[in-house]
Structures are given as C-alpha cells and as structure tokens.
Design a protein around this ligand. Structure first.
Ligand code: MN3
Length: 204
C-alpha cells in the first residue's frame, strides 16, 4: 500500500510562537508530502518493499535495488523523520523538561539537562548544511548524534532515535532566517517530552 501523509496531532498554529504557522503548513503539506510522493514513485514496481514498515525498510536498505537505493534513502528517510518529528512536538510549555526515568538517565549519562541542551544545540548549530540532530538509545544508553540530509540512525544500525530536530533551513527560515541557534532554543519549548519518555521506556 502506498505511503500517505500522516495527520498532524495538532493545528498548524499550535506550536506558535516557537514554530510559525506558515512554516508548519509548508513543512507538513509540501515538504513532507513531496518525500512521500517520491518514495511511492521509487517503490511503485516493488510492492513487497512498499508493504514493509518504514523503519524496517530503512534498516535494510541493501534489500532495495541499487538504482532505487538513493531515492529510498532520501525520501524514505524524509518520510520517516518527519512522521516522528511531528509527534515529538506539542504546544509550548513553561519549564519544559523530561521527568521520571528519562530525566534520571539524562542526569547520569549526559551530565544533566542543561548540559544535554547545550550539547544538543551545539550538534544542531554544528551540522553543516542540512540534516538532523538526534537523541538516541544505543545499547540501552543515551547519546546525541547528528546525520546529514534525511539520513537517520536506523539506516546505519546506530541506535534508535527517541527525539530528533530538523535543522534544514525549510524548518525555520521564514521566521528565523540565518538564526539557527534561536530556532533551536525556541524549539526546546515545544518538545513533547511525554512522547520521548514513552519511546525511551520502550527501549531500556
Ligand atoms: Mn524538514
């Protein structure tokens, strides 16, 4: 079955002022849709791959015929990353931070929440060009990583992402122009930590 654009779990304006309405409309309705259309096109003659769960497809890209592999990596990655990204956000919260087991793991494994935020931000600012920053669980431990383009850690068997941030310019340029650090700072207010906590607890 062809892949379809998932509905957002909130309105386009719900993430204001951290993420503006027009950016969300274009990002979800145009950019994410385009990844899906191109993924479906790349897999149109490969029904057995089209029916695979997306995470499984991306973990096993060598199963994709070589001439389609780059298109599936880029557009399957784009579909996967954005589908997760929408669920990792919610309306802005004051003092937005994780609790319970995840907060404890960040304290003991990543040097505390402030250090985590600093390192995650630096990874986003330091990602040259387009890509993503990730909080992953690998071997039951937390780590921060970054990937270029629409790659994600699943593709290289490099852990499971429990939080990711899109640092492509299309994610922030209308409101923040060249000010990527300001976008990342504002994005911390809209992280849906309840979702991240449940993803974390399923993996450890
Ligand atoms: Mn994007």
């Amino acid at each position: 079955m062809a892949h379809e654009l998932p509905k957002l779990p909130y309105d386009y304006g719900a993430l204001e002022p951290s993420v503006d309405t027009q950016t969300m409309q274009i990002h979800h309705g145009k950019h994410h849709q385009a990844y899906i259309d191109k993924l479906n096109d790349a897999l149109k003659d490969l029904p057995e791959l089209l029916d695979k769960p997306l995470d499984e497809l991306l973990k096993n890209l060598t199963q994709v015929p070589e001439e389609k592999r780059t298109a599936v990596r880029n557009n399957g990655g784009g579909h996967c990353n954005h589908s997760k990204f929408w669920n990792w956000m919610r309306a802005p919260q004051e003092n937005n931070a994780p609790s319970q087991k995840l907060a404890e793991a960040i304290n003991t494994q990543l040097g505390g929440f402030d250090k985590f935020k600093e390192d995650f931000t630096n990874a986003g600012v330091g990602r040259f060009g387009s890509g993503w920053v990730w909080l992953i669980v690998k071997d039951k431990k937390l780590a921060i990583t970054s990937t270029p383009n629409q790659d994600n850690p699943l593709m290289d068997n490099n852990g499971s992402p429990i939080l990711g941030l899109d640092v492509w310019e299309h994610a922030y340029y209308l409101k923040y122009q060249n000010r990527r650090p300001e976008y990342i700072s504002a994005w911390f207010d809209v992280i849906n930590w309840k979702q991240v906590e449940s993803d974390f607890e399923a993996l450890v």
